[in-house]
Write a protein that binds this ligand. Structure first.
Ligand SMILES: [Zn+2]
Length: 210
């Protein structure tokens, strides 16, 4: 059964919820029905309501919650493409081919001190395995980069490794679907459906040569 896109009270997209939850929220008058699946109804002995496709909260809610760190989440943040060469390997059915991708420690583990590395572009120490030091790399790039920093390997990064924003989180959710349902499209920014190639590392001498 199809899931439901939940919008905030200002109609900005928040997250995807189960249809049962959407019905529950509708009956509790916490959300209003924005769009439904044509010709489909949720029926019970006492109820027949249009099958929700998009709902919106009646009261504005500040979104909290973090995306759990994993190599899959890093790949989803990076739109399943290599952060170095841009390669986006696909399976025959058009879905990303995750087997061809690896998670790269931008500042390599071999250069960590007490499990921490210094990120020259943000001038701070972070744990070696964290959002800001993890990037997706194809096998060839990972092999070529090996235990070097991007500057040492003379390889530029195309995607700024960052803690996922709310927009990233939404796009990562969409990336798990084989197709974004039609009724959701008017409510989603294009960046949630397709990644923007805007991400360039901020100026940093060690990266400029890369
Ligand atoms: Zn690559």
């Amino acid at each position: 059964m199809p899931d439901v896109l939940q919008l905030n009270a200002d109609y900005t997209p928040m997250k995807v919820i189960r249809w049962e939850r959407a019905v529950e929220l509708t009956l509790a008058e916490k959300v209003i029905l924005v769009d439904s699946w044509p010709g489909r109804y949720v029926r019970s002995a006492s109820l027949a309501m249009p099958w929700p496709a998009v709902v919106a909260l009646r009261r504005y809610t500040v979104l909290r919650g973090k995306v759990r760190f994993s190599s899959r989440s890093v790949q989803a943040r990076d739109n399943f493409s290599c952060a170095y060469c841009g390669l986006r390997p696909l399976q025959p059915d058009g879905r990303p081919d995750r087997v061809q991708l690896t998670m790269d420690h931008v500042i390599p583990r071999a250069q960590a001190r007490d499990g921490r590395v210094f990120l020259p572009w943000s001038r701070k120490w972070v744990s070696v395995t964290c959002w800001e030091n993890a990037a997706t790399a194809c096998r060839a790039c990972n092999c070529r980069k090996a235990d070097k920093t991007p500057a040492q390997a003379r390889m530029g990064l195309r995607i700024y490794p960052r803690v996922p924003t709310q927009g990233d989180a939404l796009r990562m959710t969409m990336s798990r679907l084989s197709a974004v349902p039609e009724p959701w499209l008017p409510w989603l920014p294009s960046s949630a459906v397709r990644v923007e190639e805007s991400a360039v590392l901020p100026d940093d001498a060690s990266f400029r040569r890369a």
